[in-house]
Write a protein that binds this ligand. Structure first.
Ligand SMILES: Nc1ncnc2c1ncn2[C@@H]1O[C@H](COP(=O)(O)OP(=O)(O)O)[C@@H](O)[C@H]1O
Ligand SMILES: Cc1cn([C@H]2C[C@H](O)[C@@H](COP(=O)(O)O)O2)c(=O)[nH]c1=O
Ligand SMILES: [Zn+2]
Length: 195
């Protein structure tokens, strides 16, 4: 049974939720890797998860756009995370949180209430500037929210939007620079696909 009590035995101090959000290329994955690496240096037990739906890179590692990487486990749904978290885990990292299902906030709460430090990275907005998945709820629940910005490829200002370059209206469309570019508010609103 993966109840709060099981985790609490191993994590006597309080848990917490940190959210790292922003546009594509803003450095979310790098920041998650940086925090997790520091936890490892502190000899804490760490587990990292990402949704199996994000098949761009290796299923057994988080990989940033500049190819930093760290081992991770790909899971099919949020509920699959808890059975994979050992009772002595002190830090849980979750990348691409926007792709997880509605259970993710409950899973994250269970971990944090049991004493685990949960670090979540994800897109706060989709290509239309709409809130993405469960990210708004996770940000509301968090002790700390860090919003990162990429560099707008049009004008060089801080970019908060992910501009889609291809004509596809589905909210989920995996891709990289061939399909998206980070843009500031002004350049995002200039033309094109934004609503
Ligand atoms: N327009 C851009 N603005 C900022 N970083 C960029 C841009 N284009 C490429 N990058 C690269 O992307 C890296 C961030 O990658 P990553 O952490 O994977 O971002 P995210 O997870 O937010 O998409 C930067 O360190 C930089 O090397
Ligand atoms: C804006 C937007 C993005 N996506 C996809 C594109 C990428 O595969 C990921 C984001 O990855 P990153 O690590 O934050 O660069 O999400 C999407 O499916 N829908 C969108 O609207
Ligand atoms: Zn701009």
């Amino acid at each position: 049974m993966y109840t709060e009590e099981v985790f609490r035995r191993h994590n006597e101090v309080g848990g917490s939720i940190e959210v790292i959000c922003g546009s594509m290329f803003s450095g979310k994955t790098e920041e998650l890797i940086r925090r997790v690496n520091r936890a490892r240096i502190a000899k804490l037990n760490v587990e990292i998860f990402s949704p199996v739906a994000d098949t761009r890179y290796d299923k057994s590692a988080l990989v940033s756009h500049n190819l930093n990487s760290i081992p991770s486990k790909a899971v099919d749904k949020a509920a699959s995370i808890l059975p994979l978290v050992a009772g002595n885990t002190q830090v849980v990292g979750i990348d691409e949180a926007q792709f997880f299902d509605d259970e993710l906030p409950q899973v994250v709460s269970t971990l944090a209430n049991a004493g685990v430090r949960v670090i979540i990275a994800g897109l706060d907005m989709d290509f239309k500037g709409r809130p993405f998945g469960r990210m708004p709820e996770l940000m509301a629940m968090a002790e700390a929210v860090t919003k990162l910005h990429a560099v707008c490829v049009v004008c060089g200002s801080p970019a908060l939007n992910s501009y889609r370059l291809v004509p596809n209206e589905n909210q989920i469309l995996l891709g990289e620079k061939e399909s998206y570019e980070p843009r500031c508010r002004n350049c995002f609103n200039l033309d094109g696909l934004a609503g």
